[in-house]
Design a protein around this ligand. Structure first.
Ligand code: KG4
Ligand code: ZN
Length: 357
């Protein structure tokens, strides 16, 4: 399976297959980051991203084939991320995938980027369904029950910012270079996490949702009060923010873990899988590990290269779909908004009158 990923600021292609025993194998995974193209703007510029994908994608697909030592004639099917994400980039990736599929008469699979993240623990650990999944990336923070392929129940989601976004905004506020998450983690390693007291949003609330914008605001106020900031101040702010974010996430996932154990009491080996770029953070991982252990659940975290955006996860989701006979027409549209759980209420922010839809 050839997989293509272009939903945000990474141009990626990968080849994935199964070995004789049926276990998934990554033959190649090539990721080109556009970080430098966007650095001067302090965030991803959609139009620049789309153009950079157009320029890079042919070469990245070729590189993935070469790295896998596979020719196009040996590829059985093509999967491309078709949403959610930035529409320009999605069109570039999906059209390239469709063109390859049409030219070679291969099945095409329009893959949901979130499904790619959600199935990654199966790619890395050959995990069995069902499992609880925490997806924490720059664009998404969701708690999902993964019952099977295409069967996802959203139990909780952020009502405002994604956690990765909060890390990125914190870095920007402190003048740290992007990408923000790793920069905050690096500075936090030298800091005192107890110096600034920051809130733990939604603590103790029964619903399983998450919130990070209040934390981000408190962080900004603390930084303004301490200005001008020394290197030590920056390190302490990073450490305090990271500790609050990790503790809050651990508390919120605790509620989901209780529900998981109550609603699926018969699982022999219950698993909490984490995916998305923020799962690369050591403090966040440790907090999640603690929560999982407290509930008798094993935590599974894919290797870092599979936690951040890549095309191996898209190829693997495509492979599972192909095996289940769930191929798509070449007319399949791209979907900038595409929830994994189509039955869950759409949520974009939270206002005085409730969730905005
Ligand atoms: O999954 P991902 O590569 O892209 C999507 O958003 O889909 O996640 C990127 C996000 C960014 O917000 C980045 O700052 C965050 O993951 N991130 C981290 C770390 N590494 C990446 N956040 C905290 N600590 C890290 N070490
Ligand atoms: Zn992602």
């Amino acid at each position: 399976m050839l997989g293509i990923e272009t939903s945000c600021d990474e141009t990626a292609a990968a080849l994935v297959s199964r070995d004789g025993a049926g276990a998934p194998r990554i033959l190649s995974s090539v990721v080109l980051s556009q970080v430098e193209e966007h650095a001067a703007f302090g965030g991803v510029v959609p139009e620049i991203a789309a153009r950079a994908h157009v320029e890079a994608l042919d070469g990245i697909v070729r590189a993935a084939l070469e790295e896998a030592d596979v020719t196009l004639a040996q590829v059985d099917a093509v999967a491309a991320t078709s949403g959610p994400g930035l529409v320009g980039g999605l069109i570039v990736g999906a059209m390239t995938g469709k063109a390859l599929a049409a030219a070679r008469g291969l099945p095409f699979l329009a893959v949901n980027h979130l499904e790619g993240h959600a199935l990654t623990p199966r790619l890395s650990h050959d995990l069995a369904y069902p499992y609880l999944l925490l997806l924490v990336s720059g664009g998404h923070t969701q708690i999902l029950l993964v019952r099977g392929l295409g069967r996802y129940e959203r139990w909780g989601t952020t009502i405002d910012d994604a956690l990765g976004e909060a890390f990125d905004k914190t870095a920007k506020l402190l003048g740290l270079p992007g990408p923000g998450g790793p920069a905050v983690e690096r500075h936090a390693a030298q800091g005192d996490a107890t110096r600034f007291s920051l809130p733990r949003p939604l603590r103790g609330e029964k619903r399983l949702d998450l919130s990070f914008s209040g934390l981000k605001t408190a962080m900004r106020m603390a930084a303004e009060a301490a200005a001008p900031l020394s290197d030590e101040d920056v390190a302490d702010l990073c450490a305090s923010f990271q500790a609050a974010a990790a503790e809050s996430l651990g508390e919120r996932i605790g509620g989901a873990l209780s529900r998981f154990r109550t609603e699926l009491p018969d699982l022999a080996a219950p698993v909490l899988a984490v995916a998305g770029g923020v799962a690369a953070n050591g403090t966040v991982r440790a907090a999640l590990e603690r929560a999982a252990t407290a509930h008798g659940v094993r935590m599974v975290a894919p290797p870092l290269a599979l936690c951040t955006d890549n095309a191996a996860m898209i190829a693997f989701a495509g492979l599972e779909r192909l095996e289940a006979g769930m191929t798509d027409e070449l007319g399949a549209p791209v979907r900038p908004r595409w929830p994994l759980d189509e039955t869950a209420a759409p949520r974009v922010g939270f206002g005085k009158r409730g969730a905005k839809a």
